[in-house]
Structures are given as structure tokens and as C-alpha cells.
Ligand binder design. Structure first.
Ligand SMILES: [Zn+2]
Length: 157
């Protein structure tokens, strides 16, 4: 998934789920962390394949982000003055987890171990299908947040 779609989809999912503007903003920032920590692909061919072999391994390993969320949660007890910063960090880490889930829709990501990957291939990155899937997720978020089930039932008795 392209970064812009990671950011938009993550923003809608977190906003619909939490109704929290600060958490949503930090999740949008965090939604590109797994790709950012990998760095850009090198232009040199041999360096590229070395980079490629590590693509979506440790950087996309959800347990690391879950462990960091747990650490941030416990740190709030010891550093109550840093609660805001730890909440922002948690939001960014949630964004990173959503990035991994979104990548699993267009390829494979690690789930249980960093080097065994699982996922679907619903679309190719940058294709019209990517934008269609992103639009479907956004529509589902909008419906979850503002949808009126009774109104929908009146159309489908
Ligand atoms: Zn990625």
C-alpha cells in the first residue's frame, strides 16, 4: 500500500474506533514507521536484493510493536509526567500495527516469527484496486461511526 493510503486508512480506522483527535494524528504519523525504519531501496542492484531480502521482516514484525505498546503502558505508572508523550507514542505504535495489517492485504507480512510471512494479495501496490480497497475501508469506518442501521434495514426489509 502506498504511504498516502496507509496514512488515510489508518486515520479513518483510528478516528472511527477512538474518536480521539490526538491519537488519530499520532497514528497517522506512525503509519509509515515500518517502511521508514527499512530505509529507501538502494539503486545499486546487489545492494537492492540484499535490502529486498530483509524487506517486511523485522521492521514489519507485530510483536515488537505490541511489546513497545505494553512498555509504554507500564511506563505511565513510573513516569506520570510523561503520560501525554507515552500516549502519543502508543498512537504511533498503533499506526505501525495498522500499517502491517494493511500490508497484509497486498502481500505477506510476518505474524508469529519475523521470517515466516502470511497475507493476502488483494491488489498490487499503486493499482486502482488499492484505491478501491482503501475506499471500502473508509466507507466501513464512516458507516461504523455515522451509519444508521435502522435506516439501512428500511431499505432491506
Ligand atoms: Zn510496509
Amino acid at each position: 500500500m502506498k504511504w498516502i493510503n496507509h496514512q488515510i486508512v489508518t486515520g479513518f480506522v483510528v478516528a472511527a474506533a477512538t474518536d480521539d483527535a490526538l491519537l488519530t494524528a499520532s497514528a497517522i504519523v506512525g503509519s509509515v514507521i515500518p517502511d521508514r525504519v527499512e530505509g529507501s531501496p538502494p539503486r545499486d542492484s546487489s545492494a537492492y536484493w540484499k535490502w529486498r531480502s530483509r524487506h517486511r521482516t523485522w521492521s514489519h514484525y507485530p510483536l515488537i510493536y505490541l511489546a513497545l505498546i505494553g512498555a509504554a503502558h507500564f511506563a505511565k505508572d513510573y513516569f506520570p509526567d510523561a503520560t501525554l508523550a507515552l500516549n502519543l507514542a502508543t498512537g504511533a505504535l498503533v499506526g505501525a500495527l495498522l500499517h502491517i495489517a494493511e500490508d497484509a492485504l497486498c502481500g505477506k507480512v510476518p505474524v508469529f516469527t519475523p521470517h515466516r510471512k502470511h497475507g493476502l494479495k488483494l491488489f498490487k501496490v499503486g493499482s486502482w484496486r488499492e484505491y478501491f480497497v482503501a475506499a471500502l475501508i473508509i466507507a466501513a469506518c464512516l458507516f461504523a461511526r455515522f451509519g444508521n442501521v435502522d435506516l439501512l434495514r428500511s431499505y432491506f426489509p
